[in-house]
Design a protein around this ligand. Structure first.
Ligand SMILES: *Cc1c(COP(=O)(O)O)cnc(C)c1O
Length: 379
């Protein structure tokens, strides 16, 4: 029984209502999905614009497969860097208004790349306490000193920066916080980065495609600066897969030369870069998707503000705070039985239990009304 210790620990998690499991979905990603022979309205995905199964994106992927095959067959620095990869990087850099961009297979790997390539032993990373787990893992791997400031606390961050004598300082924050839905104060972060000669790394996994006319959180605030390193993922609002890092050319060149999660991994299939270019066309050309999403967000918040505790979020990520794990699971289950899928998010993923609802342009007004009706009945 070589793993018996884990059986006991899994049992403990089950007792505490913290055991994780997966649900098998039997239809493509979308506002309406099929699970176990039942149709559900899906408020659990990050497909904020409804592009994951868009016919033009699917067709670009099929055409990409016909033209370029499936596997890339090698890492980018060997024989794995194809025309569609380069074309996508060029377009993404232009789209977000940065000098250069570098593509990655996942956001997790892009975050590992940036942090481990830019800082090391003796340097310091200043990170929001509620940053995504991939950013925290990256800091551990970098061996830099890890200073975590309370969520969105600029005074706390400034005290840490002022006290630091590290030769290289990197401020790291989610641009849109994945489990809270709020937006980082980008201008204040940049001002502190400039005052204390730090770099600023923003993870815009949930802002790209949605904020700033689709160009992301920096565009939303009209902010750019050479010391900013920008990362966005392509598997959420963009509906495809992968990620990119954008910023100064020399910074991207450094990552390309030294980041292990860039160098020592097979390039993503070029067909996905083809699909992503079709997605980028739609992100740019169809602002109605963002308008519709904004309408859903407003309707949801107005409809529910008096009957539950909503976190302060104007993004697609909406949170209803609940008193404990059990009630969170109970309400998520009851919603599920009524044909509505929302996420029950519990510690250790977040400090306090909550129902996480992600809205999408793919939802109809009726979908959102159905969600609100059931929530009002249950809360
Ligand atoms: C999803 C996510 C990631 C990881 O991106 P993947 O492409 O899914 O690996 C990184 N940061 C944040 C904030 C995320 O929400």
């Amino acid at each position: 029984m070589p793993f018996v210790q884990f059986a006991a620990r899994l049992a403990e998690r089950q007792q505490a209502g913290l055991l994780r499991s997966r649900r098998q979905i039997d239809s493509p990603q979308g506002a309406h999905i099929q699970i176990g022979g039942r149709q559900l309205i899906n408020f659990c995905s990050n497909d904020y614009l409804g592009l994951a199964n868009h016919p033009a994106v699917v067709q670009a992927a099929q055409q990409g497969a016909a033209e370029w095959g499936v596997g890339s067959g090698a890492a980018h620095l060997l024989a794995g860097h194809f025309g569609p990869h380069q074309a996508l990087e060029d377009r993404l850099a232009k789209f977000v208004g940065m000098p250069a961009a570098l593509g990655f297979s996942t956001g997790y790997m892009a975050n590992l790349a940036v942090i481990t390539a830019l800082v090391g032993r003796g340097d310091a990373v200043f990170a929001d306490k509620l940053n995504h787990a991939s950013l925290n893992d990256a800091v551990a791997l970098s061996r830099a000193d890890f200073k975590r400031y309370p969520h969105q606390d600029m005074a706390g961050l400034e005290r840490m920066l002022a006290a630091s004598t590290a030769p290289r300082k990197l401020i790291v924050a989610d641009a849109v916080f994945s489990m809270d839905g709020d937006i980082a104060p980008v201008a204040a972060l940049l001002a502190l980065a400039e005052q204390y000669d730090a770099w600023l790394f923003l993870d815009d996994a949930h802002g790209f495609g949605v904020l700033g006319d689709g160009r992301g959180t920096l565009a939303e605030f009209g902010i750019s600066a050479p010391r900013i390193i920008y990362m966005a993922t392509l598997g959420k609002a963009a509906g495809v897969s992968g990620a990119f890092v954008a910023g100064e050319q020399v910074m991207c060149d450094w990552l390309l030369n030294t980041a292990h999660s860039y160098v020592y991994t097979t390039a993503m299939p070029p067909l996905l870069s083809c699909a992503m270019q079709a997605s980028l066309d739609l992100i740019a050309a169809e602002p109605w998707r963002r308008t519709r999403l904004a309408g859903h967000i407003a309707a949801f918040r107005t409809g529910l503000q008096d009957c539950c505790e909503l976190l302060d979020s104007n993004t697609a990520i909406q949170l209803i705070l609940l008193p404990d794990n059990d009630s969170t699971i109970r309400i998520a289950k009851a919603l599920f039985e009524r044909g509505i899928w929302a996420g029950a998010i519990r510690p250790p993923t977040v400090p306090t239990p909550r129902l996480r609802i992600t809205l999408s342009a793919a939802h109809s007004d009726d979908d959102v009304a159905a969600l609100m009706g059931e929530l009002k009945a249950l809360l």
